[in-house]
Ligand binder design. Structure first.
Ligand SMILES: [Zn+2]
Ligand SMILES: [Zn+2]
Length: 330
């Protein structure tokens, strides 16, 4: 059903402000039907923030969305990626080649390189982590079979022409955009801010409908990094947020606060779960997310639980009991 729906979904473009266009591009994921790329006019072309995922027909969806805004792909003067997930970076190689422009992105993108260059190794590592976290063999086999046949969503690995680090500015007709490191959701995540207009291109760091995800296994404490990144963005004082999924929103402070509260609520549920007898990460999942675990969301939910447990460990509230599988206690 969801696959049929996503096939019918088309790329769409709309102007949200003079010189700023939202390009809404379809995704094949259940519950996440599309992502946004943002085109901001710059000179005789535009800067493209994020790219959409690489899939059959994905370039046609992007071109259709651009056409609805009277823009053409070959007029992209620069591609800027908020982070190296497939839905934000997947078409970068194709676009850069078509438009003959540069790609700017944060240098901590090894998480994507590994996925794009050796998906089998990434899957093997995920299965190892899942086994270690107490996931039984049967669902693991189903997950491996389902994931093994999936595409990475990345057209090709290209290195950024320029590292997107604080101090770099992206010039557009709306003024310059400054770069702010916001790791947590992904190690390579940055937000871009236009100070005169107080516009924030937030990637997946802030979304209109609050939804948390953290890449597990690349940095010491993704949840802690995410909370610090919320402070970074709060200090900017943005008045309009252009997110990586969904519509623009203005109550940026309330969204930041909502994210903090949701993280706090998840952490206390995880802590309460391991306060009784020691549990595996897999056994913690229903305490936080009910019985919603499926092969579709298993990796997503388990990664989050492991990130919460790791944060509780780093902050001295929980500890791991080594073993096969590993268990956790308060
Ligand atoms: Zn992402
Ligand atoms: Zn995304």
């Amino acid at each position: 059903m969801s696959e049929v729906t996503s096939r019918r979904e088309l790329g769409r473009g709309e102007r949200v402000l003079p010189g700023v266009f939202r390009l809404r591009l379809p995704l094949p994921w259940p519950g996440v039907p599309h992502c946004n790329a943002w085109a901001v006019v710059a000179g005789d072309g535009f800067v493209l923030f994020d790219t959409g995922m690489h899939q059959p027909d994905s370039l046609a969806h992007l071109e259709r969305a651009l056409e609805m805004c009277n823009l053409r792909l070959q007029d992209a003067r620069l591609v800027v990626c908020t982070h190296a997930h497939s839905d934000h970076y997947g078409q970068a190689a194709t676009i850069v080649q078509r438009a003959g422009c540069e790609l700017w992105m944060h240098p901590n993108h090894q998480h994507m390189i590994r996925m794009a260059e050796d998906p089998a190794a990434v899957l093997a590592r995920r299965l190892e982590v899942a086994r270690q976290s107490g996931v039984p063999e049967e669902p693991l086999r189903a997950y491996a079979a389902e994931r093994g046949s999936r595409e990475t969503g990345i057209a090709g690995v290209i290195e950024p022409d320029r590292d997107l680090l604080p101090g770099v500015v992206v010039a557009t007709d709306l003024g310059e955009w400054t770069v702010h490191e916001t790791p947590g959701h992904a190690p390579s995540h940055v937000c871009l801010f236009q100070p005169e207009r107080r516009l924030l291109i937030s990637g997946d760091h802030l979304l209109g409908r609050i939804s948390l995800y953290f890449d597990y296994g690349y940095t010491p404490d993704p949840v802690g990094e995410f909370l610090s990144s919320l402070d970074v963005v709060e200090r900017l004082g943005a008045r309009l947020c252009l997110p990586g999924h969904g519509r623009t929103f203005t109550d940026v402070h309330a969204h930041i606060q909502g994210n903090r509260e949701l993280v706090g609520e998840r952490l206390s549920r995880v802590l309460a779960a391991v306060a009784g007898e020691p549990l595996t990460a897999f056994e913690v999942v229903p305490h936080v997310y009910g019985d919603s675990l499926s092969t579709e969301n298993a990796h997503w939910l388990l990664s989050k639980i492991l990130c919460y447990l790791t944060h509780l460990e780093v902050t001295g509230k929980a500890r791991r009991i080594p073993g096969e599988p590993e268990r956790w206690t308060a």
